[in-house]
Design a protein around this ligand. Structure first.
Ligand SMILES: *[C@@H]1O[C@H](CO)[C@@H](O)[C@H](O)[C@H]1NC(C)=O
Length: 233
C-alpha cells in the first residue's frame, strides 16, 4: 500500500501538471505573490465590460487594463468573424486560433464594433483569475425580439507595473458565448444577407434571408473584425 507521502507527492505532481497546462508553459503568471480581493476582481471585470461596451475613453482603459501581450481565445468570436465578416479587420481565422494576440490588435478590432450592452450576471475569482457570466440584449438594434446572448468569460490577470491606473492587467481571456443566437440576430437584421458561406468551416447552412427587416445600411451593428462586442472576447 503506498505511503501517505507517496500519495501526497503523486497528487501534487498531478495537480501541478493540470494547473500548468492551460498557460502555454508560462507558469510565472500564476502564484505571482498576489491574491485578488473581491474589489480587485470586480475592477478587472468592470474594465473588461467597459471595453466591450466601448464606454467613453475605452482606448485609454484598454491601455491601462490589458497587458501588452494580451491574448484572447474565443471560438465564438472566430465563428462570428468567419461566418459574418464585417469590416476591414474581419480576417478569417481558424476556429481554434487566438482571436487577438496583443493589445494593439484588440484595440484595432474593438474600434470597429458597435457598442453593446453588457450585464454582469455572476462573478467568481481565485487569487489571479476572474470568471464572469454575462448577458447582452442588443447585439442588433433594427429588429424586435432580439435574442439575448449569454456567455462565460475567464480573465487571467498579471500584476501591472507600478504607477499603472489599475494594479492588475488582464493577460489572457477565454470567452465563449451563444454565437448561434448572435448570428441568427445578424441574419434576421439583414446584416449578413447572403448567409454563411457554404464553404465555411462551420458548415452552418445559409438561412432564408428573404427580408426580415431591411438590410443594414451600414455594418454598424455587425461584428466587424471581431464580432460586435464579442467579449473579445
Ligand atoms: C500584434 O499582433 C499583430 C498581428 O499578429 C502583429 O502584426 C503586431 O506586430 C503585434 N504587435 C505587437 C506590439 O506585438
Amino acid at each position: 500500500m503506498p505511503s501517505f507521502s507517496t500519495l501526497f507527492t503523486t497528487g501534487l505532481l498531478a495537480a501541478s501538471s493540470v494547473l500548468a497546462a492551460p498557460f502555454n508553459g508560462n507558469v510565472d503568471k500564476r502564484s505571482a505573490g498576489y491574491c485578488l480581493s473581491d474589489a480587485d476582481a470586480q475592477q478587472v471585470a468592470t474594465n473588461y465590460a467597459n471595453l466591450i461596451q466601448l464606454v467613453s475613453g475605452w482606448e485609454d482603459i484598454a491601455n491601462a487594463a490589458l497587458s501588452e501581450q494580451f491574448t484572447d481565445y474565443s471560438e465564438s468570436v472566430n465563428t462570428l468573424i468567419d461566418s459574418c465578416p464585417q469590416g476591414s479587420k474581419a480576417l478569417t481565422l481558424p476556429l481554434l486560433s487566438a482571436s487577438f494576440t496583443n493589445r494593439t490588435t484588440f484595440i484595432g478590432g474593438q474600434g470597429q464594433q458597435a457598442p453593446i450592452n453588457f450585464n454582469q450576471l455572476n462573478i467568481w475569482h481565485s487569487c489571479d483569475t476572474v470568471v464572469i457570466r454575462w448577458e447582452t440584449t442588443n447585439t442588433v438594434t433594427n429588429i424586435t425580439n432580439v435574442r439575448p446572448v449569454v456567455g462565460m468569460i475567464t480573465l487571467e490577470t498579471c500584476p501591472a507595473p507600478a504607477g499603472n491606473a489599475y494594479p492588475y492587467y488582464i493577460d489572457t481571456v477565454y470567452s465563449e458565448f451563444d454565437a448561434g443566437a448572435w448570428l441568427q440576430n445578424l441574419y434576421d437584421a439583414g446584416i449578413c444577407p447572403n448567409g454563411i458561406d457554404p464553404a465555411s468551416s462551420t458548415g452552418i447552412t445559409s438561412p432564408d434571408t428573404s427580408a426580415q427587416g431591411s438590410p443594414a445600411s451600414s455594418a454598424a451593428a455587425a461584428p466587424s473584425g471581431t464580432p460586435s462586442g464579442a467579449p473579445s472576447s
